[in-house]
Design a protein around this ligand. Structure first.
Ligand SMILES: O=C(O)CCC(=O)C(=O)O
Length: 287
């Protein structure tokens, strides 16, 4: 199947106003240049990470269940390009590598108005949403994220590329009918190979608007709750965190109500309350 990709705009000197109006409220992804220049994390190397947190045991997911190993060993294996190197994903920095937190502050201006970090938001959730979780992904060149998916509860996200490069493949949420969500999990697609699309098995895919963008060191990608997956092109370290604002709140409430009785009775009214508090709280930037 022939593949035509849409592009994602790449912007430098983006004001927070423009970000909110042209990307958050318009639900359009963007790669922002220059948002991470003050982070010490931009100077991370395998050697500096090993000096700082090499002996910290890190629990990570594998196809055969969770495993634990010293972070330094994992970094060595991934940066050596070993075919059996793990794809480290969703490593909660504050919990597993707390010494690195100082290197990923201050929060970029684009994410400061994140309702997810609001004081009224619970720190524990009935599903795996962690308040203020900044998650590390470390992957060797040529590794692919295992599936195309859309994050639960309509969450948007930031991808801060700290080291190496990865290609991010994105589709708008209303392309879902063309993306073959699995019967087991409607947030995950059946399609796994985006280099050689199977037009016989997935004929509707040709109608989906595939966007591609490569992010490199210092780039901050905003994903406005679109379907996404990645291919690492150069051994990569990426920090990812969720973002909820007024734009996401309606989707979030709808998703929570759909979870069932508990969501309808408990979480939905509570989130409605948090949403109202945020809407009328003093704001630094009009959203
Ligand atoms: O950078 C990656 O490996 C992709 C991560 C991702 O898709 C996610 O966290 O939802």
């Amino acid at each position: 199947m022939s593949q035509r990709f849409h592009t994602v705009p790449i912007k430098a000197n983006l004001s927070n106003e423009e970000f909110l109006h042209e990307h958050v409220l318009a639900s359009k992804p963007v790669v922002i240049k220059g948002a991470l220049t003050t982070w010490n994390a931009m100077k991370w190397t395998p050697a500096s990470l090993k000096t700082k947190v090499g002996t910290r045991p890190v629990s990570y997911r594998t196809e055969n269940g969770p495993k634990t190993a010293p972070f330094g060993e994992l970094v060595d294996s991934i940066f050596s390009g070993a075919a059996d190197a793990p794809y480290l994903r969703n490593i909660n920095v504050a919990e597993q590598l707390p010494e690195l937190v100082e290197d990923i502050t201050p929060e970029p201006i684009y994410s400061r108005d994140n309702w997810r970090s609001h004081a009224l938001m619970p720190s524990q959730w009935p599903v795996a949403v962690k308040k203020n979780a900044y998650e590390l992904f470390v992957s060797r060149a040529a590794a692919s994220f295992p599936y195309l998916h859309i994050d639960y509860w309509g969450m948007s996200g930031f991808f801060a590329q700290l080291c190496g490069e990865k290609e991010v493949i994105l589709f708008p949420p209303d392309d879902a009918p063309n993306l073959y969500p699995t019967a087991k999990d409607p947030l995950v697609s059946e399609i796994t190979n985006f280099d050689d699309l199977d037009g016989h098995r997935f004929p509707k895919l040709k109608d989906a608007r595939q966007h591609r963008v490569t992010i490199g060191p210092g780039d901050l990608l905003y994903n406005p709750a679109w379907w996404h997956t990645t291919k690492t092109t150069q051994t990569a370290i990426t920090l990812i965190w969720a973002y909820w604002n007024r734009h996401e709140w309606t989707h979030l409430l709808a998703a929570v109500r759909a979870v069932g009785l508990r969501g309808r009775l408990l979480l939905a009214p509570y989130l409605k309350f948090v949403g109202l508090c945020n809407r009328y709280a003093p704001r630094t930037v009009a959203a």
